[in-house]
Design a protein around this ligand. Structure first.
Ligand code: 2HG
Ligand code: ZN
Length: 476
């Protein structure tokens, strides 16, 4: 039986917390909050609340706890797994964090800043830069994705190779628990061995254990100079060889290393305005986008990257390569890379698999995964790309033009099962950086070690005994 919608008196109490400006209930106002970014889920809610302080969130959750009303925390609504979309039955309220978007403090000497959950990732990056520091998390959706969502999904992106994922970038958290109590642990300390690392629990929990309202984040030195190149390579194995070479030359200054199949580049040039392939004459089947974020110790990194690529070419690891000679050109290379999801979307339906394997197993994953798609998806083509330096591939399959959409989409379940089996056989993960949300709940149940799963359920029961926090996401 679906849960009963909240009583009118509960809704009135919730509205009173945020005032008229902080409560949305007209159907047109609710619409942007009830559908996920990929259009996979079409939910319903009687009320979207826009709190502007941690006290607001605490009062909202205390009311929800009292009246057993389920809540769905939502950031920029860019989730790939439906993690922030309310259920269809319409009994859940949405807490959208966008009004909690303050930068509370920036401390360059401590290399840290304190940011509220509703701050966009781009605004957090800008605040760091304005203080002469770098906040390195970087994603295609950074203009709309919010820090709270980045934390709740433990977001990755294109700079993980050098700086790690969101969990690695977090020093402290402020969290409202399911019953409205507030955990305040925003001390930006690099050393603090006072008991369990509970903060880590809320990162990647997708709002199922509490609502993150602010975080203390790590900052870094801005690179003194950046070199960016696009190189054609004969194979994924050659791409990994190139990564090793670059690491020998530049050490940890290699900040991004993104693999693109030729087909992804073609689709991007075809479907996204203003994108060009700077290596149009290069017939390589694969390309890599390389970024070196150099400290002052590495003088003229662009020349040095050119030398490294020339020596890789002599060893046949690289075919052609083009170095960005201006910031605008580097941006154009990044636009090519960041536009791949949009190009795939415009090209037709796609089946997505966000996979991680040990970096050394990437060539094998590509070989076996591509063969699997060829055998089982005659109406699709493999577009496997992404953060190869982290062992994370977006092993996506695009529908071939002129084929039937429904038939193609019906292949998702069997293909996904086979793809996830393949990843397991390579020692990998079926959820690398996009989370579980609603999309992968059954897979998590099926594929997680029973002891691990029981531990997760124990934690969920302990922190959310009434099951009001983002029900049906991550765990059922
Ligand atoms: C990226 O790396 C994003 O571009 C999106 O994680 C991946 O669309 C995708 O599958
Ligand atoms: Zn990605």
């Amino acid at each position: 039986m679906p849960p009963r919608p909240p009583a009118p008196s509960t809704l009135a109490d919730l509205r009173a917390v945020v005032g008229v400006a902080g409560a949305l209930d007209a159907p047109a106002d609710l619409a942007p909050y009830v559908e996920d970014f990929r259009g996979l889920y079409h939910g319903s809610t009687p009320l979207v609340l826009l709190p502007s302080s941690v006290e607001d969130v605490a009062r909202i959750l205390a009311i929800c706890d009292r009246d057993r009303v389920a809540v769905v925390p939502q950031g920029g609504n860019t989730s790939y797994c439906g993690g922030a979309t309310p259920a269809e039955h319409g009994a859940e309220i949405v807490i959208a964090m966008r009004r909690m978007n303050r930068i509370r403090a920036v401390d360059p000497a401590n290399d840290s800043m304190i940011v509220e959950a509703g701050c966009t990732l781009a605004a957090a990056q800008d605040a760091a830069r304005a203080a002469g520091r770098l906040f390195p998390l970087s994603l295609g959706s950074e203009g709309s994705a919010q820090i709270g969502g980045n934390l709740s999904t433990n977001a990755g992106g294109t700079a993980v190779l050098r700086y790690g994922m969101m969990r690695d970038l977090t020093l402290g958290l402020e969290v409202v628990l399911a019953d409205g109590r507030v955990l305040r642990a925003l001390q930006p300390l690099r050393k603090d061995n006072t008991g369990y690392d509970w903060k880590s629990l809320f990162i990647g929990a997708e709002g199922t254990l509490g609502v993150i309202t602010a975080a203390a984040l790590k900052l870094f030195a801005l690179p003194a100079d950046t070199a960016t190149a696009l190189a054609g390579v004969p194979s994924p194995a050659a791409a990994l060889e190139l990564l090793l070479r670059l690491r020998e030359h530049f050490g940890e200054a290699v900040s991004s290393f993104e693999l693109l199949p030729r087909r992804a580049v073609e689709l991007t040039v075809r479907h996204v305005d203003g994108v060009a392939n700077p290596l149009a004459d290069d017939s390589s089947p694969w390309f890599v986008l390389i970024e070196i974020g150099a400290s002052r110790a590495i003088a003229d990194p662009t020349t040095r990257l050119g030398e490294a690529l020339a020596s890789a070419a002599e060893a046949a690891t690289v075919a052609g390569a083009v170095l960005a000679t201006s910031a605008a050109q580097a941006q154009a290379f990044w636009r090519l890379r960041e536009s791949v999801p949009e190009a795939q979307r415009r090209h037709g339906a796609s089946l997505k698999h966000d996979l991680a394997v040990p970096v050394s197993a990437v060539p094998r994953l590509i070989e076996l995964g591509t063969a699997l798609v060829e055998r089982s998806v005659p109406d699709g083509e493999t577009i496997a790309y992404g953060h190869v330096g982290d062992g994370n591939l977006h092993f996506n399959v695009s529908q071939r033009p002129g084929t039937d959409r429904a038939t193609f989409l019906a292949r998702q379940a069997p293909l996904q099962a086979a793809m996830f089996d393949l990843v397991a056989s390579l020692g990998g993960s079926f959820s690398a950086e996009h989370g579980i949300g609603r999309l992968k709940v059954e897979e998590l149940e099926r594929r997680t070690d029973p002891v691990e799963l029981e531990l997760m359920r124990t934690l969920k029961r302990a922190l959310d005994p009434q099951g009001i926090m983002n029900p049906g996401k991550v765990l059922r």
